[in-house]
Design a protein. Structure first.
Length: 643
């Protein structure tokens, strides 16, 4: 299950709310302090108390009270497999279609027993269901649940009769998972199976914040499902201990995030209680006497344990809400937690934060910026691919060098293109290999500093790193080969302290000279050319450049069969875009190189294998303290970020 769309009205700082959309993966809610982030997270759980909105609109005169109750509406997306699991061996009432209505993909529904059975089979054959419902929290107490789409968007449900009752179909699954049990009858709308399902789903939403919950102790039990408030964490961890390898994998993740935690265990206490212990030493030492009860540790350890348990043990996608993770986790720990959560992309993560570290590390699918004016919160969904929207977002969170604070080290690349593309390449081509604390950043021009003046680059960035106050240590520099000779490359590597790698090809754009990927990308650009560009046309254009000496370095001899290594790839793409678009579209490295990269990762990922191997070698070398184990010239980089 994941939350597809949500809106809240008349709750705390929310008056009239604009519906916001969420996606699987990471969703970021950001804004200034007291903008309404926490209130939105409270409402997302659907487990909130009535706090009607108070502002000049709802309380125009002193002493008045708001009259509109708190309200929330959500659309949940549920898979058929999860639906079958939640139904269990219970039969549920599903509103039947209107009599003699035509259902797309099914046909006419006449209410007969055979057609009823056939309709139920058709309905349960769908892979995904979108359930839309709302909750009204009465001002005086109590709540009312209502399903907004009793047809789950698949058919026209029959309207209730004058007595308020509705015709239903009774559906269920037998223990083998086979659909079974169809009947027709009248019942009150409150008996709808979709309403029961909505209650079940909201109970599985997890929300974590900086409050110090008592997560370290709980009664003994056999329940392996973590409660939404994580109150039975010792119980579920105790159950997980029986699965030794899975338990050790979770502990390993915790150690990666918090190196000071070497082991975790659960022990019995008096009065039928269980307690979690946190070990500052390896388990092999057997020094349980030095282990510290979880309740005596910082709140971050308990929260991380609970979050990791959910993502590792849940059989179905879960919605995990985290409020201001930077308030209970060090920036470095946040980065590593997010890298590990990316290994479990089936879940939905909703983070509320004003931390650039969280936002840049998570690479969110959706970004929602909120502002509060005169006591009322407004929400804006940001298109993270739109340059103007990004300026708004950066101004809102004040992102600057904080983007790298908390990183263990920095892998500097030539420009913003590589900064955007290399993590994508690494994740797709190396079996979801994690950066684990390494930040990949493009070298920014400062005054007369440029990637062509590499000695100044090394001097400045090494000096900043050595100061210990601005930037994390330099892991490596990845630079374009350009027209450097072997002697020049050796000299630059020496000046950087042996930390420089060069692309096997002249520049990153050379890896993007793939006719199929280029044609697919340009054909997606609006108004690029009224006639689609074919791969054959692109190949012909490239063939016209590969034999022109002006596109190659004069000091390097390139064999005809290796033209793609030495050609000026950026110039070729600039001229290609101008030619085929008839000067309607100029080639942008940070826009179009990223788009071509994403196309290649879908259609021909092996074209980027060299870069993936280089990144892997650098990161593996860091972890093994042997940074020089990279195989050979298989590196990455591209143009300066300002180009």
């Amino acid at each position: 299950m994941y939350i597809k769309e949500f809106e809240v009205r008349s709750y705390k700082s929310y008056g009239e709310s604009t519906p916001v959309k969420f996606k699987p993966g990471f969703n970021i809610i950001t804004g200034q302090n007291s903008a309404g982030k926490t209130a939105l997270l409270e409402a997302l759980t659907m487990r909130f108390d009535s706090h009607p909105h108070r502002s000049e609109k709802t309380v125009p005169a002193p002493g008045g009270n708001p009259i509109e109750p708190s309200f929330a509406r959500a659309t949940f997306t549920v898979s058929r497999e999860e639906l079958r699991f939640l139904f269990g061996n219970q039969k549920r009432l599903i509103p039947r279609p209107a009599l003699n209505s035509i259902v797309e993909g099914f046909g006419n529904f006449d209410g007969s027993d055979p057609r009823t059975q056939e309709f139920a089979d058709w309905l349960m054959s769908h892979e995904v269901f979108n359930l839309k419902f709302n909750i009204t929290k009465a001002i005086g107490g109590g709540e009312t649940w209502q399903v907004d789409n009793p047809n789950v968007g698949l058919y026209d449900a029959e309207s209730p009769g004058g007595n308020g009752n509705q015709w239903f179909i009774q559906v269920g699954f037998d223990p083998s998972g086979r659909f079974t049990g169809v009947a027709v009858g009248q019942a009150d709308q409150a008996n709808s199976g979709w309403l029961t399902l909505a209650r079940q789903l909201t109970a599985t939403i997890y929300r974590f914040n900086a409050e110090r919950f008592s997560l370290g102790q709980c009664p003994f039990g056999h329940n392996a499902i973590l409660t939404s408030n994580a109150g039975n964490l010792p119980e579920v961890m105790n159950c997980l201990q029986a699965n030794t390898q899975k338990f050790l994998q979770l502990v390993s993740h915790v150690h990666e995030i918090m190196p000071q935690v070497h082991h975790v265990s659960v022990r019995p206490l008096q009065a039928n209680q269980l307690e979690i212990l946190v070990w500052p030493l390896e388990a092999e030492t057997t020094r349980i006497d030095l282990a510290v009860p979880l309740n005596q540790c910082g709140s971050g350890i308990g929260q991380v344990l609970a979050i990791l348990y959910v993502v590792m043990e849940s059989h179905f996608p879960q919605t995990i809400i985290v409020d201001e993770p930077q308030s209970f986790l060090h920036p470095g720990a946040i980065r590593k937690l997010i890298e590990i959560l990316k290994l479990y992309p089936q879940h939905q993560y909703i983070f509320a934060t004003h931390s650039p570290t969280v936002i840049t590390a998570s690479d969110p699918a959706t970004l929602i910026v909120m502002k509060q004016f005169r006591g009322e919160t407004t929400l804006t969904s940001i298109d993270i691919n739109n340059r103007n929207d990004l300026r708004t977002y950066l101004a809102e969170i004040g992102a600057r060098l904080q983007d790298v604070f908390g990183a263990d080290d920095v892998l500097w690349v030539e420009g913003q293109t590589e900064e955007l593309c290399f993590p994508k390449i690494l994740r797709q081509l190396t079996e979801k290999k994690s950066l684990m604390g390494t930040a990949i950043l493009g070298i920014r021009q400062v005054g007369d500093l440029s990637s062509k003046d590499a000695e100044k680059v090394f001097s400045l960035y090494q000096r900043l790193s050595d100061s210990g106050s601005l930037l994390p240590p330099v892991l490596s520099f990845i630079l374009d080969r350009e027209c450097l000779t072997e002697a020049q490359k050796r000299e630059l590597n020496t000046r950087s302290g042996g930390k420089t790698k060069f692309l096997a090809r002249r520049m990153y754009e050379n890896y993007l000279l793939d006719a199929q990927a280029i044609s697919s990308t340009v054909n997606e650009i609006a108004d690029f050319n009224p006639i689609p560009i074919t791969p054959e046309q692109v190949t012909t254009f490239l063939d016209g450049k590969r034999t022109n000496p002006s596109y190659f370095c004069s000091n390097i001899v390139t064999a005809a069969e290796n033209w793609i290594d030495g050609i000026d790839g950026a110039r070729v793409l600039r001229e290609l875009f101008a030619h085929f678009s008839e000067n309607r579209e100029s080639f942008s490295k940070t826009k179009h190189s990223v788009a071509i990269t994403e196309t290649l990762l879908k259609t021909n990922p092996e074209a980027l294998r060299e870069i993936a191997e280089l990144l892997t070698a650098i990161i593996d070398g860091k972890q093994a303290n042997t940074s020089q184990t990279a195989a050979a010239v298989v590196t990455a980089a591209v143009a300066p970020a300002t180009s």
